[in-house]
Each structure stands twice: as structure tokens, then as C-alpha cells.
Design a protein around this ligand. Structure first.
Ligand SMILES: [Zn+2]
Length: 471
């Protein structure tokens, strides 16, 4: 089998440490957000949106590249079932990341190896091999029951901080020893060098799900003490507590995989003819499997209107644009926060937000949403930063809206679309104390602000910081 060409392993390699990954961890923790993070830093390292890998999207349709990548010893895999990610909640870095070969992450065991570190044909390698063939042939079996769905995420390379020289040094060191080594990184045509990342959806494959759950139990790491009771700490989580507790790199990988797999799982049938669709180009596109044709203007064309379209015969992943806004007075002394009916119980006051409509600019959509929800009329909109929000596939476009107080613009009226339970103008100074000092100060109602990982928090903090600059 093709795998054996790549895999040269030794149990002794278990003891070696992957310096690169340790450096990545330091980088990720240094970039974690705090109240002291600047707007520029947030723009460059937004939770869920950190540039963790180079997507090299043009290589998705190169089936040889994809095949080499997914079978490479250093390939990384994150797993999902029904779009829920596989985690080990007892580890500090909870998102489980697997590799094919041993010792590619610390001292972890590879998916394609036996207990003594040798490469074997097993459940995993067979599934990968079969998927490669299906992907190469754009087979209708790509979504057959029993088969996992793979999605190519990209390459971790030097453009996102990978220290290739460290990996090269490790390989050189191992070449001069009598210990055989796994390849530490993929080299494609001498031009694209890095570590390939994939997501795997096991929803239709109980066999691979069971295999990965068992492998997850074997992964080492730094225990946190959580989940060490009777229940297994390894499971596919549905909890936002876990989604919002990842490192920035984990959050980006999770969000990337989740949004693509969610799109694939919600679009099982062609919107033009109702025939089954299959994911092609390693999960990057959906293709209708209808092969029937008809004659139109002396030409043979597909009877499926999507397949016969002149612009494109496939469907592309979808992102839904939402506007989300912190609203302030011209002098920033007041900030308008709103309580949605959904969050009424938790008393979490946040930004106004809503989906953009076709043929709206961001600015017009923002003004419309604010007026519809709060009755307030805005005079100026600035686009500040954006955040992917994988619940299920949104892009939050964060704005700051300024209201010129004149006795009318600022008047709150909740009866337009009735989405809000409450909206209030707060003194910005009070919100500053809640963010920078203590949420209990002058807060008898126990009002909460949004989670620090959310763009809503970043926008509110920015409005507060601007007030300080004006004083
Ligand atoms: Zn179709």
C-alpha cells in the first residue's frame, strides 16, 4: 500500500520532543486576548479567525497533492461528528489533533501505526486510501454510508509562523543517527513546504468514530484535572464552554472545519434538480451527481440547471454576513447596550446584530438593524473588525455607530421588530469599570457583558477606550 513508502518509524522516536510545536504553543498563548489587546492585534488575531494555516486553496483540486498530503506521516487531523469536535477535556489543549506517524506531536501515537511504532494496514489507513481513490475519481461513493468525509484545511507553513529550519534540523539529526525517522513536513515541488491539516467527519462512519475515540484515549498531554472521574474525558463536544475555551489556534482550526463540514452536511441534494451531491476537491466544492443530458440548440447539456450553468456547475461554501455594532454618543460618554430576548435570563447586555440583506451595504444594513431593534437613528458608521462565528456559518462585521444626541435620535423604541427585551444607554465610565476593574461595581441587577472571545466584547471595549482618549 502507498502508505508504506512514506512511513519509517521507530518506537524510540516516542521520546523525542517536537520543538516546533512547543514554540507554536508559546506563540498562541502570547497572542491570547486580554483587556490590554489593541484593536490592531484583535484584527490580526481574532478568536475563530486567527490565520493558523495557509489554505493553499488552489491545491484542493490537485488530487496527487491531496493524496500525498493525507498519507504523509506528519499530516494532522481533527475529527468531527455531526459538526461537534472531538476533544479531551482533561487536557490544557482540548482539541484532539491526530497524526499518521508516531511522535509527530510530542510523544503521541500515530493513527497508522501499531503499538510498537510500525506502520500497519488498519481501519484508518484503509479508509484514507479508499477516500483518496474516491476523491481522485469524484466517485458518487464519497458520501456512502460507512465512509468518513475528509476536508483539506491547508498547510501550516512559514507564512503562519512554522519554523521550517527547526524541522529540517531535526530530520538532519535523525539521518545521522541509527534511528529511522518520520518525515516532519511535506515538500510539494520544492515550493509548498509545511504540515498538511485535514478535518474528518465521522458522522456516517461508526467504525472510524470508534477508532478515533479509542485513539483519543491514548493521546498524552498536560492534564488539567477536569474530567478525571468515571466518565471518559474524550468525546465529541456540543458545549460552547469548550468552543470558547480553545487556544486561538485550536479555535481557528475548529471554526474552519466546522463551517465547511456544516455546509457539506446541510447540502446533501442539488438545489437545481434534487439529485444527490458529493464533496469534490477535498471538500472545497459540492457537485451534483445527475448525469442525464438533453439537447438544447444542437448541443448536449445536462438536464440539471446547476450543472449546465454557464458560470459554474458546482456549489461553493457559504458564509452568511451579519452586522454587529457598538453604539455610542458623539463624545463617547454614553453607550447603548441591548438585551435580546434569548439572553434575557442571563442578563447579558450586548451589541445590536442582524443578518445583512441582499443589495445592502454594511453601513446601510447597520443603520437599519439599529433602527429596527432600538428605534435609535445613527449618524455615522465605521467598520472596525470582523470575526468568523461558526454557529453555524456567519461572518460578523463589527462596526462602531455614532449617534448625535438631539432629543430625537437617541430615543429608544423597542416595538418595531420586538427582538429585544431591553435596551439602555449606559454611562461609558461605568462599563469601563466593569471591563477593567470589577463587574460588581454599581451593578445591583447583575448585568453581564459578552464573552471576551466575542467580537461584541471587543467592540464595546473599543468604545470605552475611545472615551478615555477623548478625556
Ligand atoms: Zn443537479
Amino acid at each position: 500500500m502507498y502508505f508504506s513508502r512514506h512511513f519509517v518509524t521507530s518506537a524510540k522516536l516516542f521520546q523525542q520532543v517536537n520543538n516546533h510545536l512547543n514554540k507554536s504553543k508559546i506563540y498562541a498563548s502570547a497572542m491570547s486576548h486580554s483587556v490590554n489587546t489593541s484593536v490592531t492585534d484583535q484584527q490580526n488575531d481574532m478568536y475563530f479567525g486567527t490565520e493558523a494555516i495557509n489554505r493553499v486553496s488552489f491545491l484542493r483540486e490537485d488530487t496527487e497533492f491531496i493524496c500525498n498530503s493525507i498519507k504523509h506521516p506528519a499530516a494532522r487531523f481533527i475529527a468531527f461528528s455531526k459538526t461537534n469536535p472531538l476533544i479531551n477535556k482533561s487536557l490544557k489543549e482540548k482539541l484532539l489533533v491526530f497524526t499518521n506517524g508516531d511522535n509527530q506531536i510530542g510523544s503521541k501515537k500515530g493513527l497508522a501505526t501499531s503499538s510498537d511504532g510500525r506502520i500497519v494496514e488498519n481501519t484508518w489507513t484503509t479508509a484514507v486510501h479508499n477516500w483518496c481513490e474516491d476523491n481522485r475519481n469524484e466517485s458518487a461513493d464519497l458520501r456512502s454510508h460507512g465512509k468518513p468525509v475528509f476536508l483539506f484545511l491547508g498547510l501550516e507553513d512559514e507564512s503562519v509562523g512554522l519554523k521550517l529550519s527547526d524541522l529540517k534540523a531535526e530530520e538532519l539529526e535523525q539521518e545521522h543517527s541509527d534511528i529511522p525517522c518520520d518525515e516532519k513536513y511535506l515538500d510539494h515541488q520544492g515550493r509548498y513546504q509545511g504540515i498538511p491539516y485535514f478535518a474528518v467527519d465521522v458522522t456516517a462512519s461508526p467504525e472510524i468514530e470508534e477508532f478515533l475515540l479509542a485513539q483519543g484515549q491514548l493521546q498524552g498531554g498536560s492534564p488539567t484535572g477536569e474530567g478525571t472521574g468515571d466518565d471518559s474525558p474524550v468525546f465529541f463536544t456540543r458545549s460552547r464552554k469548550h468552543y470558547l475555551g480553545f487556544t486561538h489556534k485550536e479555535a481557528a482550526l475548529y471554526s474552519h472545519g466546522k463551517m465547511f463540514l456544516d455546509w457539506l452536511s446541510r447540502n446533501l441534494f442539488c438545489p437545481g434538480c434534487g439529485t444527490k451531491t458529493i464533496p469534490i476537491h477535498a471538500g472545497g466544492k459540492l457537485k451534483c451527481t445527475n448525469t442525464k443530458t438533453t439537447i438544447k440548440r444542437d448541443q448536449e447539456v445536462s438536464i440539471c440547471p446547476v450543472k449546465s450553468a454557464s458560470v459554474s456547475n458546482v456549489s461553493f461554501p457559504r458564509t452568511d454576513a451579519c452586522v454587529i455594532t457598538a453604539i455610542t454618543s458623539s463624545d463617547r460618554s454614553k453607550i447603548l447596550l441591548s438585551l435580546s430576548k434569548r439572553h434575557a435570563v442571563t442578563k447579558m447586555y450586548a451589541c445590536t446584530a442582524g443578518f445583512m440583506e441582499p443589495s445592502e451595504t454594511v453601513e446601510v444594513a447597520t443603520k437599519r438593524e439599529i433602527w429596527e431593534e432600538t428605534g435609535v437613528v445613527c449618524n455615522k458608521i465605521n467598520i472596525i473588525m470582523t470575526q468568523p462565528w461558526p454557529f453555524p456559518g456567519n461572518l460578523m462585521i463589527g462596526c462602531l455607530a455614532v449617534v448625535d444626541f438631539n432629543g430625537e435620535n437617541e430615543v429608544i423604541h423597542l416595538d418595531n421588530d420586538k427582538e429585544l427585551a431591553d435596551a439602555r444607554w449606559f454611562d461609558t465610565e461605568l462599563i469601563r469599570k466593569w471591563i477593567y476593574e470589577n463587574n460588581n461595581i454599581d451593578n445591583p441587577e447583575g448585568i453581564l457583558l459578552p464573552n471576551p472571545e466575542s467580537i461584541a466584547f471587543s467592540l464595546i471595549k473599543m468604545a470605552v477606550d475611545q472615551r478615555q482618549q477623548k478625556l
